[in-house]
Structures are given as C-alpha cells and as structure tokens.
Design a protein around this ligand. Sequence first.
Ligand SMILES: NC(=O)C1=CN([C@@H]2O[C@H](COP(=O)(O)OP(=O)(O)OC[C@H]3O[C@@H](n4cnc5c(N)ncnc54)[C@H](O)[C@@H]3O)[C@@H](O)[C@H]2O)C=CC1
Ligand SMILES: O=C(O)/C=C/C=C(\O)C(=O)O
Length: 486
Amino acid sequence: MRLINNFINGQFEVAEHDKRFEKRSPVNNEIIASIAEAGRSDVDRAVISARNALQGEWGRISPEQRVDLLYGVADEITRRFDEFVEAEMADTGQPHHVMTHAFIPRGAANFKVFADVVKNVASESFRTSTPDGRGALNYAMRVPKGVIGVISPWNAPFLLMTWKVGPALACGNTVVVKPSEETPLTAALLGEVMNSVGIPQGVYNVINGFGPNSAGEFLTQHPQVDAITFTGETRTGTAIMKAAAEGTRDVSFEMGGKNAGIVFADCDFDAAVDGIFRSAFLNSGQVCLGTERVYVERPLFERFVNALKTRAESVRFGHPLDKASNYGPLISSEHREKVLSYYRKAVEEGATVVTGGGIPEMSAELAAGNWIEPTIWTGLADDAAVVTEEIFGPCCHIRPFDTEEEVVALANNTDYGLSTTIWTQDLTRAHRMAERVDVGITWINSWFLRDLRTAFGGSKQSGIGREGGVHSLEFYTETRNVCIKL
Ligand SMILES: NC(=O)C1=CN([C@@H]2O[C@H](COP(=O)(O)OP(=O)(O)OC[C@H]3O[C@@H](n4cnc5c(N)ncnc54)[C@H](O)[C@@H]3O)[C@@H](O)[C@H]2O)C=CC1
Ligand SMILES: O=C(O)/C=C/C=C(\O)C(=O)O
C-alpha cells in the first residue's frame, strides 16, 4: 500500500494529528493508498510557503529561466512517463491506452505549451496625445496574481490539474493544489518532479483531503489565497464562489455539462458513429465534455441507433494492466450507485433500453469493482431526468429530429453550456449551428480535438471565464498599465 503525504515547501509531510484517509482501487475496491488529510494548520503552512516563495528566488528569476524550468518539468514527466501512467491507472482504473495516448502526454504538454505562450505573447501599447503635443506612451505589464488555489476533480486528474498548474507557474505565480480525494497519486508524483528539476521550495504545494470542512474549504477560505481556479461540479463551484467573495478573490471555473451531440443525415456515417461513441463512452462516460444527449436527423435515426448499439456492446471490460481490455470502471462505488439510480429512473420514466442498463459479469478478482455497462436509451420525453440532469456515466439518450430550428432549441434546452459536437458535411450549416448553440466549445466533425492555445470553458452553469493560450494569461496575471509622459 502506498503512503501519500502532503507536499509543503518542497517536503512530503504527514498531516496534523497524523490524520489519514484511504483510497480504494476502482477495479476491485481494495485499499491501495493511505493519504495524509490536511488540517487547517497544514493548509495554512502550504499557503504561507507559497506566499514566501513569491518573495524569494521564484519571484526574482527571469521569465526565460522560468520557462526553462517548466520545459524541465515537462521533460521529467516524459522521462518518468511509465510511473505517471501506472499511478493514474491505479487511481482511476482507466485503460492503459487512454493514459499513454491522451491523459499523461497532456500533462507534459500543459507545461510546455504555457511556457511557450508566456515567451511569445506581446503586451498592448498606445501612443496617447497630450495638449502640449509631446504625447505619452501607455503600455501594459503583466505581473503574477500571487498564490493560486487549484481545486481539481477525479475524472482526468493529471490532465486537469496540470492544465491549471502549468499556466499558473508560467505566469510566475505559486500554487497550492487540492487534488480530488479520489485521485491523489499523480499530484504527489509531480512534487518529486518539481524537486528534481529545481523548482524552488514553496512554488508547488499539494494538500490532500475532502471539500466541505476539510482541505478544499480551508484552502478556498484562506485569506492569503489570491485567486481560485476550479474544475468540478457546478454545485461545488457555487460553494467556492461564496468563499471567494470574502476578499473579492478572482475565480475561474470549469464545471458540469449536459452536452448535445447533433448528427445530420448528410454526415460521414462511420465517422459520426465513431465520434459519438467516443464522446459518450470514453473514460466510462466520466468526461465533462461528453455527450449524454444525442439528436439524430430522422432519416438516419434507426441505422444510427443500431450502429451505436453495436459499438457499445463491443467494449472489453478489464483491468487496465490487461492490454486486451479497453474499458474501465467508474471511479467509486458511490458514483456507480448514482449512475445506476439514473439507469433505474430512465426505465421508470418509460425509456426503451437499447443496450446496457446494468452491471456486467466480471471475473472473481474484479467482481467487487465499480463496473457498469455502457447504456443507450431512446423514447424519453425532453424533460425526463436522464435527458436533463448531468449523470457523468457511460450513457446517452438518442432522439430523432426533423429540422435545424428544432434541434437548436433542443440542444439549448439546458442550464448547462459546455460543449457540443455536430456531424454534417454541410459546413455552412455547421457554422450557422455553431453560432446558435449556446456553449463554450463546438466541435464539428470531431470531438475533444484540443489545441491548447484556444479558449476553453463553458457558458451558463458550465463555467466562469476561459482558460487556454492567452486566455489563461488573463486569469493568472494582473495587467498593470504604465503611462509615461514623453
Ligand atoms: N467543465 C470541465 O472542464 C469539467 C467539469 N467536471 C465536472 O466535475 C464533476 C466530477 O468531478 P468531482 O471531482 O466529482 O467534482 P466535485 O465538485 O465533487 O469535486 C471537485 C473538487 O472540489 C473539491 N471540493 C468539493 N467541495 C468543495 C468545497 N466546498 N470547497 C472546496 N473544494 C471542494 C473536491 O474535493 C475536489 O477536489 C462533474 O460534475 C463534471 O462535470 C469535470 C471535469 C472537467
Ligand atoms: O482538455 C481539457 O483541457 C479538458 C478536458 C476535460 C476532460 O478531460 C474531462 O473533463 O474529462
């Protein structure tokens, strides 16, 4: 069993009163780690060490040196790639290929890309007229915001945590990270990386624990935290926003979604089936950008439902170390119970269960894990619970539509506004749709195709602000204007 401690001022430390909690494997629910649960005094030391680091060596080094250090972090993640893959698989139970092809490489990229962004972005300047005719020069200067509180979720832990730590450090801030209680391993490994490449003590800190009345709340309430960046549930975002209001701290939120996939009859059929399959079922449906509502133009409806059913029934459940498996469990037994409760509700509300709806049969050594079948429904009303509420599991409801007008209204019929995926060969129509569907991110003939320089975030209850490229700089720096009278 692993012992995971908090990482404060460059040292791994036990928590006050040596308080700990257990982490269970999603594949069989055996205990795999014991985690130090940070108390208020631990969080306080982490925040103070982050503040001191701003005044120390980190605050004094040049942007070029900072950029080189972050390249070093990316290279060291790549050098220790297998350890990160193994740790993330242990935490999440997700397949080896998802880690090696997507989630762990993105961790390294999150440091490299933002190092490049800060190296290459110019600041604005204006020549200003004055009555004496000599004029003035205004220019903007970016300074770090200070100590950033980073609160991250469990579904893509390393990717989503480094998506915030990378730009925060590139901009010269220091961070205190509170990883999800479900997935503490890679944040701790990153502490080792920070030390080995020479990131000064106190720049990167990790405190473990839960949300309310635990490390998450202690961090967001701490008056020396200058800004908070959060990915997680919309309800949690509301609680964090209340905490941030004290001291009027800035927030950046990426939250839940109830994303629509829209398939027109003129689409490339195989590509659309493949794209919707990935968007509904990748990571066992635990992706904020995932598709839980699918709208298919009527002439294609039956054929599409049958093809998606075939794909969903072809997944191979298994241990992530078994390379023949391509499908993992849900993160926890509590989360599986939540998703199963939606499976039951769908039936109560009159759904036709096209496939799935229950728990797959597993071998004896995996039977105690959080396995669940990919599930497809049809036939529900537009106000059914599984059509309106975020489930965050491997499931989707498919409904036919007849007109563009109708499908825009259906897609927008939600309090969320994170992403959508649209499948059509008519790019004029696709563009028209992108203007009308009320989301932060629209993918056309693709899904989860990321360029880290682009704006990422949600509308409505899916988020506040945008991160990515220069948008991250907007959040992680203060812009100062300097006016020189010439
Ligand atoms: N929009 C996006 O980019 C993404 C959104 N999500 C959303 O995240 C959710 C799944 O992740 P979870 O980890 O279950 O979310 P969650 O909101 O329960 O937890 C996220 C983090 O917040 C912490 N936390 C909980 N209550 C807190 C409080 N009162 N104060 C401070 N910290 C608190 C948790 O300990 C955890 O570290 C889904 O609803 C999903 O839609 C997940 C990934 C990406
Ligand atoms: O690519 C990003 O920056 C965010 C991706 C989000 C997920 O992977 C997720 O929520 O699972």
